[in-house]
Design a protein around this ligand. Sequence first.
Ligand code: TYM
Length: 338
Amino acid sequence: MTMNESKKLNIFSGIQPSGELTIGGYIGAIKNWVTLQHEYQCLFMLADLHTLTVLQDPEMLRKRCYDFLALYIACGIDPAKNILFAQSHVPEHTQLSWILNCYAHMGELNRMTQFKDKSKQHAANINVGLFGYPVLMAADVLLYQTHYVPVGEDQKQHLELIRDLALRFNHRYGDVFTIPEPYIPKQGARIMSLQDPTQKMSKSDANLHNFITLLDEPDTIRHKLKRATTDSGHEIRFNLTEKPGISNLLVLFSAVTDKTILALETSYQHANGYGQFKQDVSEAIIAFLSPIQSRYQALRKDETELQRILHQGALAAREKASATLKKVYTLVGLMEST
Ligand code: TYM
């Protein structure tokens, strides 16, 4: 590590390699990763252990880890600049998670809205992992003395819990953990479902028409946009309560073109109806995704290279993680192994 790198503040984030990576996940998280990688020491993780809280097809899960890694890179994350790794390759995550479990309270985990939502969604499999999910997230973040965690709005509550846990631990044992802050985009923190714009766009949605994936074909995107829910009016203007569907499309349009919502509203002020607007949003998304998709196809072919990146990433991550875990083991009173 150069002198300059050691002075940089730390960024940590991750995505569960389940379902398909959506444009919501891109806008809420990865878009910021791409910008922040130049100024911070960044670790970007495949949260493969977290996916096990829902039953996974083993072969599919393994394949998706490579798919997601190739997508991170195709979106512009430089593997030479950042530490890219799989959670399961760094055992310190589960080790610290156990310790933190002993400091997390049932009541605070019970309040997590994601746990409540997922318990409804997977009523036949409300497992202990699902309940303790945010504690493993806390271990992810706290192992690396993280300053900022770039995520979408839905992870804010988890981040608050992580901060509480870190403060509780520090209060008892001294300054062990850096207290992390969420880094949430001002616009696009919560991309909504296309057919039900009152719900978050989610990669685990059973209705494929609700989300756009980063690998959707142009015709699929056109089709999904055509069917997107709007309203009975005809004006293209941002108003979350009166026009949630159009507002969501404006946010998408703005994110993929880097034009402001105001500029987009102005250019459609004489529009009479939504047909042309929806078509333009589709074409802008297609144009934005096209180079990402070409890079992805090339990267995904070379699994040996992807394995090499994960191997290097795990070595670098372990070096950092083990230093924090060692401190924690000593502080809580565990013996040194001889
Ligand atoms: P996950 O895999 O559900 O989502 C990955 C990231 O994408 C963001 N996101 C969205 N942002 C805006 N609009 C949407 N519709 C949308 N859908 C998803 C999420 O906020 C997230 O930033 N628990 C995490 C993974 C994780 C993690 C971590 C994140 C594990 N350990 C440590 C940060 C730090 C998750 O399930 O994200």
